[in-house]
Ligand binder design. Structure first.
Ligand SMILES: *Cc1c(COP(=O)(O)O)cnc(C)c1O
Length: 231
């Protein structure tokens, strides 16, 4: 077994244990392998071990990889910061975007989504940590944003995503994930049908699953420690 296959097995075992601890059926959490900074060979090793969903954060780095692996039958998720002048390649090449935080970006993605492809799956990124974090829309803005995005024909609004500020405080971390779930529940009570909570990474996936994560985004625990320059 390759090291990546062994790591994947270990991460899947952690997910299964966290589901059991939370009395959630196994299979209610999707593992997104975050392959940023890793070459095609690493992605292929993970794919050979059964991994189907991959996440990338930097377009310049991602596009050649998506191109080279176009026939591998993989599902690609864009999870990085997204500027409005960079939306077209995301709309054209990815299956999911987790990091939409403004209506203008969503409108561009919708307009630029090729008619030959199914609607782009979208999560809205929420800043659950207040001033400690810059990325994501404020919790108070999510209701009107979600209802506006839900009307866009080129998109399928799936749910919410968050990256809490790093903390050693388990109770605080858990409350951040709980807030995302509460916002999702409020949106569903208001008439939307969101099935996705994208939250939890290598170090905190158990806590996120306890609070309802349906996608965990895991890089380091699968591929190893990234070199500093590329994050
Ligand atoms: C890099 C990254 C991850 C993966 O982080 P690890 O700690 O390596 O598991 C998850 N989500 C986002 C948005 C990232 O940029």
């Amino acid at each position: 077994m390759t090291p990546i296959a062994a790591n994947l097995q270990a991460v899947n075992a952690r997910i299964a244990a966290a589901c059991a601890a939370a009395s959630r059926p196994p299979g209610t959490v999707t593992l997104l392998a975050v392959s940023k900074s890793w070459p095609e060979a690493s992605i292929l090793a993970a794919a050979a071990a059964g991994q189907g969903d991959f996440g990338e954060s930097y377009l310049q780095e991602a596009l050649p990889k998506l191109d080279a692996l176009a026939d591998a039958g993989l599902e690609w998720h864009f999870i990085g910061p997204l500027q409005s002048n960079k939306t077209r390649p995301v709309a054209e090449h990815f299956d999911w975007v987790h990091s939409v935080e403004r209506l203008k970006i969503a409108e561009r993605l919708s307009a630029q989504r090729p008619a030959t492809r199914p609607p782009l799956n979208v999560c809205l990124q929420v800043n659950v940590s207040g001033e400690a974090s810059k990325s994501g829309c404020a919790p108070a803005e999510i209701m009107p944003l979600a209802h506006a995005v839900a009307t866009l024909p080129g998109l399928r609004l799936r749910g919410l995503m968050t990256i809490p500020e790093p903390t050693e405080d388990e109770t605080l971390l858990r409350s951040r994930f709980a807030l995302l779930r509460q916002l999702r529940d409020e949106l569903n009570d208001s008439g939307l049908a969101l099935d996705t909570l994208s939250m939890g990474m290598s170090d905190d996936l158990e806590t996120a699953i306890a609070e309802g994560a349906t996608i965990v985004r895991v890089g380091t625990a699968i591929f190893g420690i990234r070199n500093q320059e590329s994050l």
